[in-house]
Design a protein around this ligand. Sequence first.
Ligand SMILES: Nc1nc2c(ncn2[C@@H]2O[C@H](COP(=O)(O)OP(=O)(O)OP(=O)(O)O)[C@@H](O)[C@H]2O)c(=O)[nH]1
Ligand SMILES: [Mg+2]
Length: 297
Amino acid sequence: MTEFHSGLVTIVGRPNVGKSTLLNRLIGAKVSITSPRAQTTRHRLLGIKTTDAAQFVYVDTPGLHTAKGNRLGQYMNRAARASLEGVDAVLLVITATGWTEADDTVLQLVAGHPLPVVLVINMVDLLKERTALLPLIEASAKKFAFAEIVPVSARNGDNVDALERAVEKYLPAQPPIYPEDQLTDRSERFLAAEFVREQVFRLFAQEVPYAVAVQVEKFQREKGVLHVAAAIWVEKEGQKPILIGKGGERIKEIGTRARQAMQKAFGGKVHLELWVKVREHWSDDARALQTLGYEGD
Ligand SMILES: Nc1nc2c(ncn2[C@@H]2O[C@H](COP(=O)(O)OP(=O)(O)OP(=O)(O)O)[C@@H](O)[C@H]2O)c(=O)[nH]1
Ligand SMILES: [Mg+2]
């Protein structure tokens, strides 16, 4: 038998390039939330895939953005930077539309670490002609000595198997790090909060998603049904009616969609109860951030 390989592979990039979609696609399960809005991911999170020959431990990270902003933004950037420590390889994700200044900033950060960097050019499904990739691949190869350059579509799975093969070369020979049936390091309770936040990011415009944090207050199985109760925290009194909607329509829609995501991820029936609470400026308040789970990473 050939030796088993396992290792950590961190996924970095500017916000909104498809890192979390890629992580879910690589492991074949949904453990990380995604949305068309930048800065959806707030925590570092693992997605684990075990095959007969190897265990891939992928690290999803918040999109790296220019650090001014509030304490939450600083926490997110710290989590992304820390994810470059102690890993075996890096996937730097950009999109097929080409390099931006923000991508260059991420590259500079990554280049400071002695790690193999695989450049992932995502969203190739948006290109009319595959040949349009060639100049981008050439320009990328001039920017940095990438270990590999792999174009993919995280959305439809195109070429993601080739990416896995490319990554496998950089995993050291060692036994699996996690049990082979484990998909993530995060609890179902954590994922439940994230599935609610995902719907807020998908259903609301402008500042509302950035004003929201979700806290699960009950997570209990009774007679085959999982009962989840969660508070949606907002920063201002005025955001509360927006989230609730006329006759409670909007919060009902969040609940229905989040419940479906939970049922799919956890299996079995889920009963979900949601309400909205106000905590002024929680995203810039160190103590509030700690209570809401934004700490440690
Ligand atoms: N067309 C297309 N869209 C994609 C692809 N991959 C991701 N997307 C979309 O791009 C948006 C952002 O995806 P995410 O996976 O949330 O991006 P992210 O890099 O994790 O974003 P942050 O967590 O905010 O940094 C979502 O609307 C995805 O559906 C792809 O291969 N093709
Ligand atoms: Mg993400």
